[in-house]
Design a protein around this ligand. Sequence first.
Ligand code: NAD
Length: 481
Amino acid sequence: MDMRWENFIGGGYRPASRGLYFEDLNPATGNLVAQVARSGSEDLQWAIDSAKEAFGSWSKTSPEARAGILYRIGEGLVLREEEFALAETLDTGKPIAFSRSVDIPRAAANFRFFAAAATQFASEAHEMPGRAINYTLRQPVGIVGCIAPWNLPLYLMSWKIAPALAAGNCVVAKPSEFSPVTAAMLGEVCNEAGLPPGVLSILQGFGSEIGEAIVDHPDVKAISFTGGTQTGARIASRTAPAFKKISLELGGKNPCIVFADCDYPRTLREIERLAFSNSGQICLCGSRILVEQSIYERLSADLVNAATQLHPADPLDPATRMGALISEPHLQKVHGYVEQARSEGGRILCGGQRLPGAGAFYPPTLIDGLGPEAACNREEIFGPVATLQPFATEEEALELANHSAYGLAATLWTENLSRAHRMASALQTGIVWVNTWLLRDLRTPFGGVKHSGTGREGGWEAMRFFTEPKNVCINFGPRNA
Ligand code: NAD
């Protein structure tokens, strides 16, 4: 693997204008993965200039030609899947099995999905009989900024880049400074697939430097952002005066609501997955497990048993199911919440102490005895820490579930169909899963309400975000009508 990654601009790799680099570390070992370009506003201006040059012809390229290129990018990722999976694991400390089965296949699927979408997304026409015809053009927005987090690096970056390119935009993308490598490698795949120079630039660096520069640049007309709620709020306030389009996919504090009439063995298996996958570092992970009183003791005992068998281990071992957290400071933040839970009277049922030795390893941690106002029930921890709370009635479950500033996703575990419909309708979230978790049809809208963000990604929602509708009304009635 290369030890130095530059920015990808104008179809080539270009050193950062200020000659600065930052260190990309492997959180499982503390070892250096790569030196990475630390971009500033001059790098951004190069990217903008090359995007401006490319936009004229890219925006007029036929949907079929764009689709062909996107499809080949997806295929290129499949061909180099092992190399990309390894890079993702070294950057983030996630299990190689997860990178191989989730991150990279899904990034490839995103490109192939939006390749097909490019050819299917069509103008609408509305006839006013005998008078006029309206048609609505969907034109690319122009140059768009795509900013992604570190938890599912290429998966989430491709979820933005692919629809933006499919719709005919030029993209300036910024991966997280904690997970820069797969985005950097993507430039090579794009070149091999025939993406014209300048259509996509990948700028590396810090959010406070190059991230903000992208958000503020007057030629960047839309920002698609996934990350923390505070960062999202900052982006919203900085883009508001310029009326930029924004799509913000932010944090969550997702309830997992378990009724006594659930399919118990399946529910138990799935709760372990939804609480601890990727060490709880998925915005959709369930972190508040609400359990009907009559099965509370049994389920907490079984969950503790399952969690204690999940040992964080070497991410490069194919048998490992739980790896490291993204960084030492993040581990300290996660542990700080556990300490706070202790001081607020919570009972640590399992976990709650970092693993000895090097690397940011933290075990699955379950906490009960906390009220809804405790920090662990209100704030996003983004680690392998979940709380358990009992409820007596459906109404109480709903009240607890909706008692949150966030509104991303909820899961419901019940065999009662009427209850599932009632609850799904009343939950204040953008996504509800019933008897499943993380089952995604790429055509469906994805996103949250309240402090979990604004706008939706996925399917036509993404194609709509990355286009401007223009209505054309043509009068064909009698000359004086
Ligand atoms: P973050 O907000 O710190 O950073 C996200 C990205 O924004 C990074 O690339 C970062 O460099 C950049 N950034 C930081 N400050 C910026 C600024 N002022 N202007 C522009 N860009 C800036 O988030 P993170 O720690 O990387 O990711 C974790 C967060 O992401 C969690 O809150 C998680 O819930 C959220 N997330 C949400 C979703 C979703 O779909 N809703 C998916 C994954 C992660």
